[in-house]
Design a protein around this ligand. Structure first.
Ligand code: ADP
Length: 446
């Protein structure tokens, strides 16, 4: 990763250096050509304005000294004077682009390759009042030879810049990667790393996720340990009672009693295993439960009907509140049944003889509130926070004797969270408990 970033940075820097150099050479060449042309124009202007051509023509002008060739071309294209060549050997010049342009527009210019490869000839032509054309020309270095000339310096500069880029790329990559590598080495101490500003949110996120993972791993480990522990008691009882029966020394009436105990403990085992499986399923399920429109009033009435025998057993009056119409929420029907069943079952089991339990649901403007209320034993304040924890029971023996596993409310809490709802407990020891589940109404229904 570090190498990769490093190489990419260096590659980008080298490309940038090369592109900049090529661009500068191009610009420099253009400026150079413009400068030569400007000089030629100035020279031509001086020659024409002071009418000094005659002077040049008459005197023996030595072009080698000034590197300036002067040509005078007649209106028909024939060469009248040339400072460098014998006009007798010279062809008609009317086909030369700069001469043509000068005849048409008053002035013209052109650059042509010289006979020698490393030079260019620059031509500037201007039409005179007489109708003739004055052309001045000079040789100047070509781009190719310019490049050859400055190549050693260019290569030197390139290597210097490349070296600087490599050093900067190395330093930057190191600076960028150091906190990430440190984090990868030791995820447990991310909080001790001092990252640069831009990396902070990422590190914070990873840190909090890592903490969550550790926490949930701990919870699961604790859960497994608790499940094993809880399984041990009924299994030990089953094993003990069955061993006694197996010895054959137990009387007939005791055999029945022991068989009853085995049956009771086997049921306990089954409920415990079912609840544990249910919770584990919810823990691992990554998909949201399948939601549909469900009538909570209807589910409450069904649960109340289902639990009547249980209520009678505890001598508790279980009723559904008066709910005139359907109360629709988007939820998973099975989970809603499980939730209401668990809350009503608790309200019956943690109650007194002649107590009552009422379950109902009301629809408000922004929310739907499901309540299960009882006048049972109640929960003191210090326990209210913890009753949703797995295997937490206020009175363990009461829970066990009534077939509780300590997992019912943990399942309820899970369901509530998966539905984006909230659960509230109002309770007073000795007076009773009211548990409310609040479903926010979906926006379009408001
Ligand atoms: P359990 O299987 O023990 O009932 P739960 O998770 O359903 O486990 O409940 C956790 C604990 O919360 C119970 O052991 C009980 O002490 C307390 N509790 C739950 N509901 C009520 C209630 N309606 N009235 C009084 N205590 C309750």
């Amino acid at each position: 990763m570090r190498k990769n970033i490093n190489y990419r940075m260096i590659a980008i820097a080298l490309v940038a250096i090369l592109a900049t150099m090529a661009f500068c050479i191009g610009i420099f060449n253009k400026l150079f050509q413009k400068q030569v042309m400007d000089d030629l124009r100035t020279t031509a202007n001086i020659l024409t304005s002071r009418e000094t051509i005659v002077h040049f023509v008459e005197k023996d002008y030595d072009p080698k000294i000034n590197n300036l060739r002067i040509t005078v071309i007649d209106a028909d294209g024939s060469v009248e004077y040339d400072s460098n060549a014998d006009i007798g050997n010279m062809s008609n010049h009317s086909d030369r682009p700069e001469v043509q342009e000068a005849f048409e527009k008053g002035r013209g210019q052109a650059i042509r390759k010289s006979d020698t490869r490393d030079m260019n000839t620059f031509y500037y032509a201007e039409r005179l009042e007489s109708g003739k054309v004055l052309r001045v020309a000079r040789e100047a270095i070509s781009l190719y030879s310019l490049l050859m000339l400055i190549l050693p310096s260019l290569v030197g500069v390139f290597f210097c810049l490349a070296l600087i880029s490599i050093l900067i790329a190395r330093y930057t990559t190191k600076h960028l990667m150091a906190p990430i590598e440190e984090m990868a080495r030791d995820l447990d101490h991310i909080d001790t790393i001092e990252p640069y500003e831009e990396l902070k949110p990422l590190l914070d996120k990873i840190h909090s996720q890592h903490q969550d993972i550790i926490k949930s791993a701990e919870i699961r480990q604790q859960f497994t340990a608790n499940v094993s522990h809880e399984l041990k008691t009924p299994l030990t009882a089953i094993s003990g009672y069955s061993e006694l029966i197996a010895t054959g020394i137990v009387g007939k009436s005791d055999t029945r009693r022991f068989a009853g105990e085995i049956h009771k403990n086997a049921n306990r085992l089954l409920t415990l295993i079912n609840d544990s499986i249910r919770l584990s399923e919810m823990d691992v399920a990554s998909d949201a439960p399948q939601m549909e429109e469900v009538d909570l009033a209807e589910i409450i009435r069904n649960c109340v009907a289902m639990l009547q025998i249980q209520a009678e057993k505890y001598e508790v009056v279980l009723i559904a509140a008066d709910m005139p119409g359907p109360v629709i929420v988007r939820a998973n029907a099975n989970m809603m049944e499980e939730l209401i069943y668990n809350l009503c079952d608790n309200a019956i089991r943690y109650n007194h003889a002649n107590g009552y339990v009422q379950a109902g649901v009301t629809e408000e403007k922004k929310k739907i509130v499901l309540t299960v209320e009882d006048n049972g034993i109640g929960i003191s304040r210090e326990h209210q926070e913890r009753i949703f924890e797995r295997f937490y029971r206020v009175d363990k023996s009461h829970s066990k004797s009534t077939g509780g596993t300590g997992l019912g409310l943990a399942i309820v809490k899970h369901i509530v969270e998966q539905h984006g709802a909230k659960i509230e407990v109002e309770s007073e020891q000795g007076k009773g408990t009211k548990i409310s589940v609040i479903f926010p109404k979906e926006k379009e229904n408001r």
